[in-house]
Design a protein around this ligand. Sequence first.
Ligand code: F6P
Length: 353
Amino acid sequence: MAAPLLSRPVRVGILTGGGDCPGLNAVIRAAVRKGERVYGDEMIGFLDAWDGVRDRRTTPLSIDSMRGMLPRGGTVLGTRRGSPFDTPDGVDHVKQTISDLGLDGLIVIGGNGSLSIACRLHSEHGLPILGVPKTIDNDIEGTDLTFGFTTAVQIATDAIDRLHTTAESHDRVMLVEVMGRHTGWIATHAGIAGGATAVLIPEIPFDVEELCGRLIRRHDRGRFASIVVVAEGAEPIAGTLEMGEKIYDRFGHVVLGGIATRVAHAIGDRTGFETRVVQLGHVQRGGTPTAFDRVLSTRFGVAAIDAVHDEQWGKMTVLKGEQIELEDLTVAVGQTRTVDRELFDGVAAHFFA
Ligand code: F6P
């Protein structure tokens, strides 16, 4: 292996942005551990994402301070949505903070939004920034997986497993709404793992009549209980189901949640079957990461601090097959990694009723 370009100890800032995700602390811990132990680095955490960069709210990060954090969900640094590009002087604040704190670089652990910000700060303003992709949604282009995803899938699968017995006892159709704003990765994997009857994902507008037909045929075969997994961002074929006005939050994101309830009412009205809805919500993002996510997070953290020493600014750590690599941040920007149709049509569809 070639010697790192920056073989001297460096000062690095770290922040976590966007929605939290199991494995964030494991990334920070790994970067800090390797940075401090191998390179003699000094690591500084920014609190509450870009807000902390603006307000200079920082905390020292060390092997000691990160002890015990590997299995802990959430992020010790706190996280927020919002961007330095939201205000006219936001980018200047970032530049000034990096310069005043004598930082050699900044590691940004975030989803599509945070990685886009990181990319712009690097490409338009020349700032030394390195990205680490995270999201339970698994929808970031350039990496085969994001940490947090397998944890969310496991939580959703555990819930579905439990719902089978109560659905069967009451002969009910249970609708399980899972996260997945633009993509149905969690829904598809949990649907396969949990033996669902149907899975509705944002990538494929659904036809509620067709879904009801499937449930009726299943009933006719003597299967009176069904589990339908619905990604929160799933949408009906235009004009087939009343959806109401879309509501947006202050960051311009559509407020999701409730699609499973609409589908449940439609199923009840059309079939007469008894339906119930379970909205898993943020329980999918909380708590301890799976062993897989801990390993992926740790590998990303180690790769991130190595990349800092190689001055690989404008890149992000990614998983390609079994290997951790670096990829340009531009690859993730403006893209959404949608569900593999071979998985959905070629595998999952065979098991859905
Ligand atoms: O992007 C991850 C995610 O968990 C989405 O699946 C979900 O729509 C969104 O975050 C929820 O965000 P918030 O925490 O702001 O409610």
